[in-house]
Structure formats: structure tokens, C-alpha cells
Ligand binder design. Structure first.
Ligand code: ZN
Length: 164
């Protein structure tokens, strides 16, 4: 029997005695460096939460863009239908307010879309959070876009480790 000192160990693959610090088994060729590096070097497994969160923020951003586009598409003659254009100056004032609101929604929506896009790609965590926060103001039908942005924000924040 060979005495098993501190300088040898048994190969986990072929069972033969090899040098304790051997990187590769001289008998079967089992590579211990690959095993040691395995868990650390393996590509980080990315969860679904950050993906779903990114998609939610993306949708809130698209909703914001749609609302902004609708507001910008309204013109003064449309307001006439409601009798607002007949009052001197009022139609223009409301129109200007709608234009400003539309522009704000477009900007919010754009940043939320960019944030959501990077959320799906699991990049630029800070930008994704910014997009989600701005997505909170996109409101949408029944406030659903804001709700999506809120849930998306939470999911992304929980899955922060997914981001590079
Ligand atoms: Zn071996």
C-alpha cells in the first residue's frame, strides 16, 4: 500500500494517486482547472424577473408614446367640435396645453422605452430604473401603463444581479 501523505490525492475520475496540486491527472487527463473554474466562470444565469420587468417598462413607454402622439395629433379644429374653438383664444390655449402635454408624454415614453429595452437586455441598470420611474407617469388606460411600470420597476430592482 502506498502511504497517502498530504502531497497526494486520488483522482476523482480514475481513482489513481496523483500529486495534490496537479492541475491535470497524468493518468486519465482529467482537468482540475476546468472543474475549479467552472462555477465561477460559467455565464451568469439570468432570471425571468428582469426580462418581464423590462418588457413591462417597455410597454408603459410605448403607451406613453401613443398617448403623446394622440395629444399631438389633436388640432384646434377638433376642439371646435366641443364648442371650445368658438371662444376667442380658448381653443388655441387648450391646443397649446395639449401640445405641451403631448411632448411631455413623448419624452417620458421615449425614455421608458429605452429603459425597458435595456431591461430586456439586462444592461444599464440605472437607465432601466430611470425608464421605469418615468414610466410611472405614462398613466395609460385606467392607469394600467403606470401600474405596469411600477411592477416592472419592482421586478427589475429585485433582479438587479441580472444586470452587467
Ligand atoms: Zn485520473
Amino acid at each position: 500500500m502506498t502511504s497517502a501523505g498530504g502531497t497526494t490525492r486520488n483522482c476523482v475520475k480514475c481513482g489513481r494517486s496523483i500529486a495534490f496540486d496537479a492541475n491535470v491527472c497524468p493518468y486519465c487527463g482529467h482537468d482540475y482547472r476546468a472543474v475549479m473554474a467552472g462555477p465561477a466562470a460559467a455565464p451568469h444565469e439570468k432570471g425571468m424577473l428582469s426580462l418581464v420587468g423590462g418588457i413591462m417598462i417597455l410597454i408603459s413607454g410605448i403607451t406613453g408614446l401613443a398617448i403623446g402622439g394622440l395629444l399631438l395629433a389633436i388640432n384646434t379644429s377638433d376642439l371646435d367640435q366641443f364648442g371650445l374653438g368658438s371662444i376667442s383664444g380658448v381653443g388655441d390655449t387648450i391646443h397649446n396645453i395639449l401640445m405641451v402635454c403631448g411632448a411631455i408624454f413623448i419624452i417620458l415614453g421615449l425614455i421608458a422605452v429605452v429603459g425597458g429595452y435595456f431591461g430586456v437586455r439586462r444592461q444599464h441598470f440605472g437607465l432601466v430604473i430611470l425608464g421605469g420611474v418615468l414610466g410611472l407617469f405614462t398613466i395609460g388606460p385606467y392607469g394600467l401603463a403606470s401600474l405596469l411600470a411600477l411592477v416592472g420597476l419592482i421586478l427589475v430592482a429585485v433582479a438587479k444581479k441580472d444586470f452587467d
